[in-house]
Ligand binder design. Structure first.
Ligand code: AMP
Length: 329
């Protein structure tokens, strides 16, 4: 298994949420033990919407530190910043030229992010082409992501296939890898929207760096369905089902075990225990996060990551250019 390759990334915009942790980061940590893993901070994707330079720098370091704090071990997995491996931008351009307007116009993330805006940056439109380049540069087999990345993974496979057909076999078609429960963690104030760091209401999400008491307060205020039964039924009880997914992922209790445990007890005791389960997961991560930020080790880890990632990326890009007919000197 060690030769199966994994690649994924997160944007350094805003603060990571419990949705990022459950949907993706938890799987990163798991996969590093069995796969050849590359985890990056996709700063080039972040600039598809305007970023303050100081905030971009701070957030890029914060997300990298959270990777480490969550348990990614740099001696097992490679952690790096997308912008430090220039091949991403270069293959990104090549993938842009292989992409069709029509397929990019169909992306729901683009439609959502551009809806109602007067001026929409071109980078937001070609975002999926750059994401395809990220994955294909490493010929990744598996891409751990949350459910919202489904379409982006499909277009990546389409582009890989298109390249292979046009220029001869080059890329593997990568498979997405979703968590069994929790691929889509929903907002605490509205279970029809995904939990997101860009939601203006901080009560709608739990940030990975929220203080324990803030976490307890947010969970106690989370919207619940009418009734009092703790039952997993996403169609009829979306709010409770979402909280149950979070509980299951933070405790390793199955959904059925959670139902049995709170039978006849109502929402109160369930929410109290849920808050403690989330705190028990996040508090140690927060403590390690503070140590890592204070230690100054981060830049060394990222420099070493850049070296390892560059080696693979450069080799792929050279082959791509040869196949396409560039003069490679
Ligand atoms: P982003 O924050 O958009 O860069 O997303 C980073 C990763 O976290 C991606 O794999 C997303 O699919 C995942 N993710 C983000 N929000 C959620 C959520 N609410 N539930 C599950 N996964 C999520």
């Amino acid at each position: 298994m060690a030769n199966l390759r994994v690649l994924s990334g997160m944007q350094p915009s805003g603060r990571l949420t419990l949705g990022n942790y459950i949907g993706a980061l938890k799987n990163y940590v798991k996969l590093q033990h069995t796969h050849d893993c590359y985890f990056m901070v996709v700063d080039l994707h972040a600039i598809t919407v305007p970023q303050e330079p100081e905030a971009l720098r701070e957030q890029s370091e914060a997300v990298s530190a959270l990777y480490l704090a969550a348990g990614i071990d740099p001696s097992k997995a490679t952690i790096f910043l997308q912008s430090t491996v220039s091949e991403h931008a270069e293959l990104g351009w090549i993938m842009t030229t292989l992409s069709y307007m029509g397929e990019l116009e169909r992306m729901t993330q683009f439609k959502e992010k551009s809806a109602g805006k007067e001026s929409v940056g071109v980078g937001l439109f070609t975002y999926p082409s750059l994401m395809a380049a990220d994955i294909l540069l490493y010929n990744a087999d598996l891409v751990p992501v949350g459910d919202d990345q489904r379409q982006h993974l499909e277009i990546t496979r389409d582009l890989a296939h298109r390249f292979n057909t046009r220029y001869g076999d080059m890329f593997k078609l990568p498979e997405p890898y979703y968590p069994e429960v929790g691929a889509r963690i929903m907002s605490l104030d509205d279970a029809s929207k995904k939990m997101s760091k860009s939601n203006p209401n901080p009560g709608s999400y739990i940030a990975m760096l929220d203080e324990p008491d803030v976490i307890r307060k947010k969970i106690s205020r989370a919207v619940t369905d009418s009734g009092r039964e703790v039952k997993y039924d996403p169609a009829n009880k979306p709010e409770i089902s979402n909280l149950m997914s979070i509980y299951s992922m933070c405790s390793d209790l199955s959904l059925a075990e959670i139902e049995a445990r709170y039978e006849g007890q109502g929402y109160g005791p369930f929410k109290k225990d849920l808050a403690e389960a989330v705190v028990a997961v996040l508090e140690p991560i927060q403590a390690r996060y503070r140590e890592i930020r204070a230690s100054g080790e981060l830049h060394d880890v990222l420099r070493q990551g850049r070296e390892r990632a560059s080696e693979l990326a450069a080799a792929t890009l050279k082959q791509v250019k040869e196949k396409m007919g560039f003069v490679v000197l």
